[in-house]
Design a protein around this ligand. Structure first.
Ligand SMILES: [Zn+2]
Length: 89
């Protein structure tokens, strides 16, 4: 059996923060249909995630045309966050 290799560990403080850097991914949103179907499960159909809120909302009208009784929706927001290293503990 070989002895374990020597390792050096360093403790670091991490902080989670909203990523508002210039190169951060954009905030995106989508809509999901919350309407309950015949077997009491959520429809669950979703738009794609988009940066344009009006374009994302447009999907709900398309879905309503296809399913006239699907009138309940959730807005799902995808906001970038990043772990920020604050140095040794
Ligand atoms: Zn639906």
């Amino acid at each position: 059996m070989t002895p374990p290799a020597n390792r050096v560990f360093r403790f670091v403080n991490w902080r989670l923060r909203s990523d508002q850097d210039d190169d951060a991914p954009p905030v995106r949103l989508k809509f999901r249909c919350l309407t309950l179907t015949g077997d009491d499960t959520e429809c669950g159909a979703e738009s794609e995630a988009l940066t344009d809120a009006q374009e994302a909302q447009r999907w709900t009208f398309q879905h309503l045309r296809e399913y006239p009784d699907h009138t309940s929706y959730a807005e799902v927001i995808e906001r970038p966050w990043v772990m920020w290293r604050e140095g040794p503990a």
